[in-house]
Design a protein around this ligand. Sequence first.
Ligand code: ACM
Ligand code: ZN
Length: 756
Amino acid sequence: MKRFLLVFSLLISAFFCTQTKLNLIPYPQKVELKIGNFEINKNTLFVGDKKSNEYKYFIDNFKKIYPNDLSKNINKIKPNFISLLLNKDLKIDTKREFNSNYILNISDEMIVVIGKNSEGLFQGIQTLLQLIKTSKDGKIPALEIQDSPKFAWRGMHLDVCRHFFTVDEVKQYIDYLAMYKLNTFHWHLTDDQGWRIEIKKYPKLTEVGAKRKESMIGAYVDNIFDGKPYGPYFYTQEQIKEVVKYAQDRHITVVPEIEMPGHALAALTAYPELACTKGPFEPATKWGVFDDVFCPKDETFTFLENVLDEVMALFPSQYIHIGGDECPKTRWKECAHCQELIKKNNLKDEHGLQSYFIHRIEKYVNSKGRKIIGWDEILEGGLAPNAAVMSWTGVNGGIEAAKSKHFAVMTPGSYCYFDHYQGDPATEPNAFGGFTPLDKVYSYNPIPSELNAEQAKYILGVQANLWTEYILDFKQVQYMIFPRLFALSEVGWGTSDPKNYKEFEERVINQFKVLDKMNVNYAKSIYNVSGKVIPNNNGVSYELSTSQNPNGIRYTLDETEPNADSQTYQNPIPVSKSMTIKSAYFENGQLKSAVSSQQFTTSKTTGKTITLEQQPSENYSFGGAFTLVDGIVGNVKQLGKTWLGFQGKDVIATIDFGTKTQFSEVYFNTLENKGSWIHRAKSAQIFVSDDNTDFKMIKEIGKDEIQNSNGKIKLNVGSQNSKYIKIKIENAGIIPAGNPGADSKAWLFVDEIGAN
Ligand code: ACM
Ligand code: ZN
């Protein structure tokens, strides 16, 4: 992640960049720069079909850039014009045949945008608007662009159930998609925590299902609720029509999602008779997956068909998203009707029942001339004949779909979930988890390497998802999608080039100016300063880095916020005592990044040699054994890279002080998150030795003491003087019944073993 660049090379690349790359995202397929400039001035004329949406859209946006008289821009008066044209026979010199094809021709006298149809013209207008917005003095370089997208589905999703966003905010979201040539808006309208679309036939869906008693706040493990009623919030059918029209005018298809059979608690609250058990239910107040789901009875299908009728009347999209994800089979296993249905239809099990459910819905949707798309889990028990798969748990769903000649949209969590952190969690607002920085999104190739050319044709495209459990308002929506939407845009258009990420990052920084003018709150994580603890002779040092100019890092050691006059970072900072290092990135005296703050708690073990008898699991091994003595104490509320994770294994660590050392207290931390199979240790023993062979036990504690400790264990070990200390922390073993992951091996997470 760290890219060190000398100022020198930054200057060079910036120079070449302005020579060869335009400030465009997504970058076009084919750009030919010419000599000269078009100059926007008072005499600029506009040519085109004045009644068309595209013409009006262009003029509206042009006026936002030049709201006033242009006369101040006149250098020399020469007549010029901007022409917006259609040509259905347009042939462009790229291999792809799409409606969004366009040509943009710019010379001294004129700008001509030619679309193969109105959609192509619209995309060409977006390119032109970006050139105008990022130009200096109204001068646009002469050029010819021939352009077309790689993928037909370039999508962004928005969850309006966990948190609701107004019609105006949804329209702004659609504007962002349009500006960067995304063409599909996946609107997640129903879930456990709220039903957000008016259905005339079933008014209770929004009367009862569009509000909840309260909402979870903060980190999931804290299990804290705000005590404030939320809602009712929903969109009326008139509002939905308004949004669909708004999107259509921007050549964006709105794909509605109605979740089934799972994520249905809000609907079941309104109509409990559609569940396997009697209820009563209430819309969920916490996040997650819930056992009460739609029961596959005739009554349920009638309900869903009626709902879908109203949905299909509102949304003209070819695809209707029917959810399908995360449907626990708990209730179905115990429901007489469900079991009977399994028998009657010779289904293998409850997964067969999930497949039965989706097939039946598909048949209905197909009978109305539409197609279904659903999350990976619609593959369970066999895919419905015409269904498309939205591959989210990874890429396997997409691969399986494509190999069986079903269409797929790729949206794997690790590249495309924009609810993940995009910078060091310590510097970011609370988020769902994960780590999906800009360069990770940019590196994504939606065509899995497992597919041959024929199979690859079934990959419709790519989408990013924005789940909003931890996204409380629209400013936070903006923050989570930008700048990652830029990377998605280029991946979907097919011009991303991960080898040249640095060049892309420069265009991103240029687009920030456009976002600034729109007052959009975007993440500045790409400027952030990262830190790494490194051992030095007597302890540890903290090494700071940034992908930007390293001379821009400023830091403090006295808990004050760094400013432009704080110390300039040059070499790793020795951590000689417990302290906090605050750092940030500055450019021309201005703060560009978040402030990174790292607290160190040193002890006599800090930076000493440590060995582990058994290694942590690969995914949770971060800095290796050294993590346990790096002076950074794991936050007992948050899994992260300060912890080492061991599945089914004990931690047996030996620390070599180097010389005989006095201490009387030993501490270590363990994490607990039973939902993630993480259990506290069963026991711990501490030993000392002077020769690393004969160890004497000096302390032992059992389960109760660890359970009651809050995860922070501090042990008085009496007055000791030894060269080695060994600590054995016992894994909880097999997870007991009644817990998530019962009968599997428990995880033990440990951090920072200290002695004083
Ligand atoms: C999903 O993230 N549950 C599709
Ligand atoms: Zn049932």
